[in-house]
Ligand binder design. Sequence first.
Ligand SMILES: Nc1ncnc2c1ncn2[C@@H]1O[C@H](COP(=O)(O)OP(=O)(O)OP(=O)(O)O)[C@@H](O)[C@H]1O
Length: 356
Amino acid sequence: MSVFLECHQLHKQFDGNPVLDGIDFSLDRGECLVLLGPSGCGKSTLLNIIAGLLAADQGELRCDGEVLDAPAQGFHRPMRDRRFSMVFQDFSLWPHMTVAENVAFGLRVRGAHRSRIREQVEQALARVRMSDFLDRKPEQLSGGQQQRVAIARALAVQPRLLLLDEPLSALDARLREDLKTELGALLQDSGVTSVYVTHDQSEAMTLGDRIALMKGGRIEQIGPPEQVYREPSSCFVAEFLGSSNLLPYQRQANEVAVQGGLRLSLNGQAERLPAQGNCMLRREAVCISQSACCPGDDVIELSAICRQMHFLGDRHEAFAELENGHTLRGIADGPVREGATVRVRFPRNALRFLPD
Ligand SMILES: Nc1ncnc2c1ncn2[C@@H]1O[C@H](COP(=O)(O)OP(=O)(O)OP(=O)(O)O)[C@@H](O)[C@H]1O
């Protein structure tokens, strides 16, 4: 793997308000980076700067060693000279052109030979299973089909970098699920380097080789999906990805007092923790059960009352109120009546301590 895209200390303001505040990352050739984060955190602004639709105020952007944006030197390479493709949420197909003409457009602009254009268009449409729709106009296609054509159009020109701005968010849930899987295979097979913006955590986990989780114009954490999920660096990351319980804790000598009535001796580890913070417990680590068992030393078991239960399709989620009034969410081992006395169990090593 070699470094392909480099962002160094990118800053951007709109009307004096900082929107990107020192973005730093690099992307390897063939990698898919997902920019994930809540609405307004700066994902699209960052994508638009990479695309060349916007210029950064400070910092430097390079692709394949070539400078694209260097505001300190007054340099900005416009979008048309970057040889990138972009896929938008609203598909953005040309309504007066057929499917084949839409896909051919970029190749034609680049001056490709007619026979090569035909071949590339057929290949690109076959990849997205749209070969039977060559002569249709966009208005004669469903949303999912239009997005397939937009993806084919973006890939047909063999871009150096593929940028995708929430490409699935205008589609219904079922279609989004199908297209997400197809897109994952397509990105992998084509070997294209890509940056993908979404606020959907399941898209991020499925498609990203790495996820950059953004908050307030900064990258809060960047890493492979599993690492960001299992080892969140902050409460924000823990809450944004997956479902968690966050319990405030206080370190006292070599013990930790966790809200919920727990006192944990951490065998010498407690000294390394901040004096106070939050203890994360993933929902799936918490088992809520009506039957008692004899947990070993490595499992913590508490008594509670079931306050709410939701059927999720493949399992039941339950909210259990501990004796001190604190509520934990977990997975029930079967349907539990609200108001029933339950046991709440979780492995001791499922607890992660995060800074405040
Ligand atoms: N052209 C603009 N002029 C002024 N403010 C802007 C402009 N574009 C974006 N902003 C502001 O910059 C911030 C970041 O916007 P951006 O679209 O990058 O966020 P986002 O993370 O992509 O959000 P969403 O998920 O809702 O699309 C927002 O507060 C937005 O209002």
